[in-house]
Write a protein of this length. Sequence first.
Length: 143
Amino acid sequence: MKPRGVRERRRSVAGLEIEFIADGVPAVADAELNRLCATALARVGVTEGHVAIEFVDEERIRELNLRHRNIDQPTDVLSFGVDEAGPAAGPRELGDIVICPARTEDLREAVIHGALHLTGMDHETDAGEMLALQEDLLRCRQT
């Protein structure tokens, strides 16, 4: 059972299903966030699967950050991969992107950042590739 006031919207782009879960709609149209998520995934070769994008408050993201990263403070975006590189029993469940709108300056950047993490990219361990691709995707959306 979903919490009261939570809205879910599903949008498909080719073989991707992107689900939005929010208690209140963010200022950015979900169609644009959907396109950005699909574009970020496609740029690294992911064209099929399911992604859930949830918008939460600062307390909820702090709880998740503490539980999964042992950091007791809110953050802007967290990603939780599900199927990752292993075989999938059905349609690939790419994972969840959790965003705290109160902690991010740009929801578009947070969606792209979270999507790239779901593909296995990690700006904390790579040589700058993830953040460079993120910036490129953000630049492309402005043209």
